[in-house]
Ligand binder design. Structure first.
Ligand code: ADE
Ligand code: ZN
Length: 351
């Protein structure tokens, strides 16, 4: 999908980026837990957080790499106990997403983070599902859930989690792989993903965030991933770039996450423009917006300001988000028409 986009002066780009309808395909619901909500839920559940207040917690968000973030992320998720907690979390994210003109979100959740603390799978899924249904009715935003296996745990534990989730098979559309990447290659989960494919689940995997291009190859060839989450290290492998472009395998890129976790020395050096130039189906996402400094529009604004991408790139990224979603073809076409309408309005306003 490409379109002829008339030039738009840089001064009008921020408004264009904010107003464009878009899909968000890489958001961990636990990563949308804002410090204020973490403290409110901790108080509700009688849990003490090791910070004086939400401002002190936010000040601790200085990360040197993925693991330094994950340590705080898992600690934060410890305040989530009841169905109402998961509902409140997802409802707040979906309200933010709608305010960012996200029309559709495919949302990751990490059940093992919760079941390990004695929270039932049903509690997690019911709370999230109630928020999804309410947001669809009240905000007009559609969403779907993707269950992620934690790759620092064993494949046996992933199998147990899958078994635990199967009574709620209709509540999620796919499975993913997240958590500490280095030292936990996709091959470790070959058999559980084979089983998920037999069950008709969509397959995605984090790969090439901090890990080498070899992890992206393995996610494609061993897990049969339909989308790669992050994938920003692909630029270091020409043959891989060709394959990703030829097969239109989407890369769910998260610029502020990469900046905060020091994947690139500076946002101006981010590989997103190179990925788009290489014909990749890349798009912009927020990953863990409460920890990385903003929701999807903040990611658009920051990466456009840092790299100088133009209106044509903006259109391509939004169109890619729809193409890469697991929605049905007719719906994708309707979103694309909405996107074109928003660009025409922005162009008229910029005249
Ligand atoms: N879990 C939450 N955010 C993640 C990320 N950026 N990479 C891997 N696992 C995650
Ligand atoms: Zn992620």
């Amino acid at each position: 999908m490409t379109a002829s986009i008339p030039p738009i002066a840089p001064a009008h780009l921020p408004a264009l980026l904010a107003a464009a309808p878009k899909a968000e395909l890489h958001i961990h619901i636990e990563g949308s837990l804002e410090p204020e909500m973490a403290f409110a839920l901790a108080a509700r559940n009688g849990i003490t957080l090791p910070y004086a207040d939400s401002q002190a917690l936010r000040r601790a968000y200085n990360f040197s790499d993925l693991q330094s973030f994950l340590d705080l992320y898992y600690q934060g998720a410890g305040v989530l106990l009841t169905e109402q907690d998961f509902y409140d979390l997802a409802r707040a994210y979906l309200a933010q997403a709608a305010a960012n003109n996200v029309v559709h979100a495919e949302i990751f959740f990490d059940p093992q983070t919760h079941t390990a603390r004695g929270v039932a799978m049903q509690t997690v899924i019911r709370g999230l599902a109630r928020a999804q249904e309410e947001a669809r009715r009240e905000l007009g935003i559609t969403s779907a859930l993707i269950l992620c296996f934690l790759r620092h745990l064993s494949e046996r534990e992933a199998f147990e989690t899958l078994e635990d989730a199967l009574p709620f098979r209709e509540a999620f559309i796919g499975v993913g792989l997240d958590s500490s990447e280095l030292g936990h290659p996709p091959e470790k989960f070959a058999r559980v993903f084979a089983r998920c494919r037999e069950l008709g689940l969509h397959i995605v995997a984090h790969a090439g965030e901090e890990g080498p291009p070899a992890y992206i190859w393995a996610a494609l060839d061993v897990l049969k991933a339909e989308r790669i989450d992050h994938g920003v290290q692909a630029v270091n492998d020409t043959a891989l770039m060709q394959r990703l472009a030829q097969e239109r395998i989407p890369l769910t890129v998260c610029p502020l996450s990469n900046q905060k976790l020091q994947v690139f020395p500076d946002l101006s050096r981010h590989s997103l423009p190179a990925l788009l130039d290489g014909g990749m189906c890349a798009m912009v996402n927020s990953d863990d917006p409460a920890y990385f400094g903003g929701y999807v529009n903040a990611n658009f604004q920051a990466v456009f300001a840092a790299t100088g991408m133009d209106a044509r790139a903006a259109w391509q990224l939004a169109a890619n988000s729809f193409e890469a979603s697991f929605a049905e073809a007719g719906q994708k076409q309707r979103w694309l028409e909405q996107l074109n309408g928003s660009f025409e309005r922005a162009h008229d306003a910029a005249r």
